[in-house]
Design a protein around this ligand. Structure first.
Ligand code: SF4
Ligand code: SF4
Length: 77
């Protein structure tokens, strides 16, 4: 399980989330930031730090948003 960053991040990218993550698993991609699903400990701290509410629990993703998790997995290889 992990938290996932949605496309809304791409318009903001101020990276408050990276400063609050206790395991440092959020990295900048070309178009947005991504959470490493293998390192995320599901603490949820980043959710409140994001000013555009771009971070959601994997289980709350809509079918359309599922590809954001796949993009994160691909980004971290
Ligand atoms: S705080 Fe939100 S919008 Fe800003 S970089 Fe993190 S996920 Fe993206
Ligand atoms: S839920 Fe916690 S561990 Fe996962 S990315 Fe957010 S702050 Fe980091």
């Amino acid at each position: 399980m992990a938290f996932v960053i949605l496309e809304a991040c791409g318009n903001e990218k101020a990276a408050e989330c990276t400063q609050i993550c206790p395991v440092d698993c959020i990295e900048q991609g070309e178009d947005q930031y991504y959470i490493d699903p293998n390192l995320c400990i599901d603490c949820g701290a980043c959710v409140a730090a994001c000013p555009v509410e771009a971070i959601v629990d994997e289980h709350d993703l809509t079918e359309e948003q599922e590809e954001q998790l796949e993009k994160a997995e691909a980004f971290f290889g």
